[in-house]
Design a protein around this ligand. Structure first.
Ligand SMILES: Nc1ncnc2c1ncn2[C@@H]1O[C@H](COP(=O)(O)OP(=O)(O)O)[C@@H](O)[C@H]1O
Ligand SMILES: [Mg+2]
Length: 332
C-alpha cells in the first residue's frame, strides 16, 4: 500500500554561522521526516544541534550571522524553503509551533497569561477579545491547569514552573497546529511534573492528532513517548530508527554510549548532563578528520580516522552513520 506523504519532510538542512574567523556549520545535511500524528525524537548531548534544528525549521535563526539552507523542507506538501520570512511567520504558530525549554525566558513578564497565550490567535485569526479569552480558558482546561479561570489575568512569575510550562504548551497548541516542536519541554521541571507533562503531550497526540518533534537529551523520555528516533551528534544525524529498533539494535557506538549512560531516577544530575560517554562534543570549528565521533569511540578503526562514514541502512530502514556497518568498514 502507498504510504501517505509525511507531514514534515526535511532534506539536507544546513545551518551555518559566520564570524570573523570564518563560517561554522552547526547543522550538516540533517534529513528526517514526521508522519501525521507521530512523535519523533531528536536526542543527543548538549551542543549536538537539536535546538538549532528546531529554530531552523521555525525560521527563528537570526540571519545574519546565521544562514539556513536546505534541499527541501516540505510541510503538508508545501515547500517551505521558497517562502519569504513573512510567509514563514504566518505558518509559524498556525501550522507548526514550538514549545521552549525555559518558559520564563520565552514568556513576556509584563503580559498577562491570557494576553500571551492568546496572542497567536490575535495574530492568525479574526476572533475578538472575548472569544480569544474563551479559547484560552478551554486550552488551560485541556492542558490540566487547575482553576483555569483564575490563571488568565495573572503574570508568568505568579505561576509555578509546571503551570508555566503547561501554559506554554497551551500557547503552542492554541491555533491547532499539525506539528508541535517541543525543545526539552520538561528539563527544568521536577520528576513528577515532568511525567505529567509528558503524559499530557502523548494524550494530546492521541486525542487531537498533533504530531510532535520531541527534543531531549534523555533516552528515557524517548523510550516512553516516541515512535521514531533521530540521534544527533556534532550537527549530524548519526542514527535513525523506529523506537523499538533503536533500543533493540543500537547500531552507532554513540547511541550505545547514550544508552549506557541513562541515569537511574535516583541519580539524575540537576544540570541535565549525561554521565558516562568519555570526552566531549567536538568544537564544530575544529572537527576531527573522518568520523566526528572517532576520538571518543571505543570501536574506532583506521578508516574511521580517515573518511567520514555514510549514513547507511543497517536493515529495514534503520540508518547508522558508522563504518562498522559497511562493507568498506568490514574489510578495513
Ligand atoms: N548563535 C550562534 N552562533 C554560533 N554558533 C552557535 C549559535 N548558537 C548555537 N551555536 C552552536 O550550535 C551548536 C548546536 O547548538 P544547539 O543546537 O543549541 O545544541 P543542543 O540544543 O543540541 O544542545 C553548538 O555547537 C553551539 O555552540
Ligand atoms: Mg538545546
Amino acid at each position: 500500500m502507498m504510504q501517505p506523504p509525511p507531514l514534515l519532510d526535511v532534506r539536507n538542512l544546513r545551518t551555518e554561522f559566520s564570524s570573523h574567523r570564518g563560517a561554522v556549520r552547526v547543522l550538516d545535511d540533517v534529513s528526517f521526516s514526521v508522519r501525521a500524528g507521530r512523535i519523533v525524537g531528536l536526542v543527543g548531548e548538549s551542543g549536538s544541534g537539536k535546538s538549532m534544528t528546531a529554530l531552523s525549521l521555525m525560521g527563528l535563526v537570526p540571519s545574519p550571522p546565521g544562514k539556513v539552507t536546505a534541499e527541501s523542507i516540505q510541510l503538508s506538501g508545501n515547500e517551505m524553503t521558497r517562502l519569504s520570512p513573512d510567509e514563514m511567520r504566518s505558518k509559524r504558530g498556525r501550522e507548526l509551533s514550538m514549545v521552549f525549554q525555559e518558559p520564563m525566558t520565552a514568556l513576556n513578564p509584563v503580559k498577562t497569561m491570557v494576553q500571551q497565550v492568546g496572542e497567536p490567535l490575535a495574530i492568525h485569526s479574526n476572533l475578538g477579545r472575548r472569544e480569544i479569552r474563551e479559547k484560552v480558558l478551554r486550552m488551560f482546561e485541556m492542558v490540566g491547569i487547575p482553576e483555569p479561570a483564575a490563571r488568565l489575568d495573572v503574570y508568568p512569575h505568579q505561576l509555578s514552573g509546571g503551570l508555566r510550562q503547561r501554559a506554554m504548551i497551551a500557547m503552542g497548541l492554541i491555533c491547532e497546529p499539525k506539528l508541535l516542536i517541543a525543545d526539552e519541554p520538561t528539563t527544568a521541571l521536577d520528576v513528577t511534573t515532568q511525567a505529567q507533562i509528558l503524559r499530557l503531550m502523548v494524550g494530546l497526540r492521541d486525542r487531537v492528532g498533533t504530531a510532535i518533534v520531541m527534543i531531549t537529551h534523555d533516552l528515557g523520555i524517548i523510550a516512553e513517548m516516541c515512535d521514531e528516533v533521530n540521534v544527533m551528534y556534532a550537527g549530524q544525524i548519526v542514527e535513525q530508527a523506529n523506537v523499538f529498533d533503536l533500543f533493540d539494535r543500537p547500531s552507532h557506538p554513540y547511541t550505545r554510549g547514550l544508552l549506557a549512560s541513562i541515569p537511574k531516577a535516583t541519580e539524575k544530575r540537576a544540570d541535565g548532563r549525561l554521565n558516562s560517554i568519555k570526552g566531549i562534543v567536538p568544537n564544530l570549528a575544529k572537527l576531527p578528520g573522518g568520523c566526528r565521533f572517532n576520538p571518543r569511540c571505543g570501536d574506532a578503526m583506521a578508516i574511521c580516522r580517515q573518511q567520514p562514514p555514510p549514513l547507511a541502512d543497517v536493515g529495514g530502514g534503520h540508518l547508522a552513520r558508522c563504518w562498522l556497518h559497511t562493507k568498506e568498514g568490514a574489510t578495513a
